[in-house]
Write a protein that binds this ligand. Structure first.
Ligand SMILES: [Fe+2]
Length: 385
């Protein structure tokens, strides 16, 4: 997130001696992106993060994609996604391509280890449940409606504070950022942006865990998970500063942009990454031209596969959709409101819909396992009843 944050205790200058009360040095770690030319933070550890006692390969991560068949609009009812396991075990990927993977997790158990994704930023959209992310950057709490963005390379674990949670997950092979057009030349969010720095919540609390013992960190890199054993608690930072840190942004803090006539999807944009965007559809007043049609027009999402995750409220342009539904409208097929939904929308004053849209600029591939949640009739739901 391109704004500067400082937590805990750090020395007055970078790369100088910084000592503990007993005279020993703290261990400085520069955590940068794009090889020292992207955003970065500098972290001060109580113990060297390089001291590894053991390394063991746990598993490879490979998605089995469905065979190619007729191109169709797709609908997956994810509400009944199998719950169980910890935050990582619970993760079920529904679709992916070379830029990202999209899945659902319904964890019910606590993580007995720490996790670091060394090949992707992760975005969690918390649909249900609450808890906190305990990371090297401190503690960050989350509640329903929060987007939590965790940068690549962050060591963390999810601590659930509810019996279970329902989380939409994006694993991103590039940095997830607020759109460039919302920011000025220094990265500050501009007046026309639907949110500003005050809506971005960095970690709330940093407490150095200076503990000896046996600690496991599972690292994802090169398409596999490797388990590493450390002699010290991995969250041993006394302080850090910089532009790279996990943060939360509530979808309820997204201020919708409305107009006299229908506004195009980019007004809902919340994040951007390489080859895809994330948008928020939030409760808002409808268009106020006397002849306005609030429902969207039929559109060709040319060069873009459009994924919608329906979180809450009536989704005004669709039928047969329920909470937790994921629809995929692939590039190449125009789509739009279901029969009757255009007329139905006329004269309405507001919508209560809450949904997350992910538009990918390259085709998504469906993971075979997703078939068990699929509503096969969706493709034909535009036919008259
Ligand atoms: Fe659309």
């Amino acid at each position: 997130m391109p704004h500067y944050v400082k937590m805990g205790t750090i020395p007055h200058k970078r790369h100088v001696q910084f000592r503990k009360e007993n005279g020993e040095l703290y261990y400085e770690q520069v955590m940068g992106t794009k090889g020292f030319s992207g955003i970065q933070s500098i972290i001060y550890h109580a113990h060297p993060p390089t001291q590894i006692r053991a390394a063991k390969k746990l598993k490879e991560i490979k998605y089995e994609y469905e065979a190619k068949d007729a191109l169709k609009h797709r609908h997956f009812r994810t509400w009944d996604t199998k719950a169980g396991g910890d935050f990582l075990e619970a993760r079920k990927i529904f679709m992916a391509n070379d830029d990202l993977a999209i899945g659902i997790a319904r964890p019910t158990e606590q993580m007995s280890y720490f996790y670091r994704n060394g090949e992707a930023d992760e975005m969690l959209f918390v649909h249900e449940g609450k808890g906190k992310i305990e990371s090297i950057f401190g503690e960050l709490s989350f509640v329903p409606g929060d987007y939590v963005v965790i940068p690549i390379g962050t060591t963390y674990r999810v601590v659930l504070e509810s019996e279970e949670a329902r989380i939409l997950i994006v694993e991103s092979n590039s940095a997830i950022m607020p759109p460039k057009r919302y920011r000025n030349e220094f990265g500050q969010l501009l007046e026309h942006s639907p949110f500003c720095e005050r809506d971005i919540r960095p970690p709330e609390k940093l407490e150095m865990k200076d503990e000896a013992g046996e600690f496991e960190v599972r690292v994802r890199a090169q398409g596999m998970i490797t388990s590493y054993t450390y002699d010290y608690h991995p969250l041993d930072a006394i302080g850090w500063d910089g532009y790279l840190f996990p943060y939360a942004f509530s979808i309820h803090d997204f201020e919708p942009i409305t107009g006299r006539v229908h506004q195009p999807p980019p007004v809902h944009q919340t994040f951007e990454a390489h080859n895809y965007v994330i948008c928020s559809f939030v409760p808002r007043l409808y268009d106020y031209h006397p002849d306005a049609i609030p429902a969207p027009y039929v559109h060709s999402n040319v060069e873009s596969d459009e994924v919608l995750y329906y979180a809450d409220g009536d989704f005004m342009s669709r039928r047969g959709i329920e909470e937790g539904s994921i629809t995929l409208h692939p590039s190449g097929l125009p789509h739009g409101p279901h029969p009757g939904k255009v007329e139905e929308s006329i004269g309405k004053k507001e919508t209560k819909e809450l949904a997350v849209m992910i538009d990918t600029f390259r085709p998504l591939y469906i993971v075979t396992e997703a078939h068990s949640y699929e509503d096969d009739s969706y493709m034909y739901s535009w036919l008259p009843e």
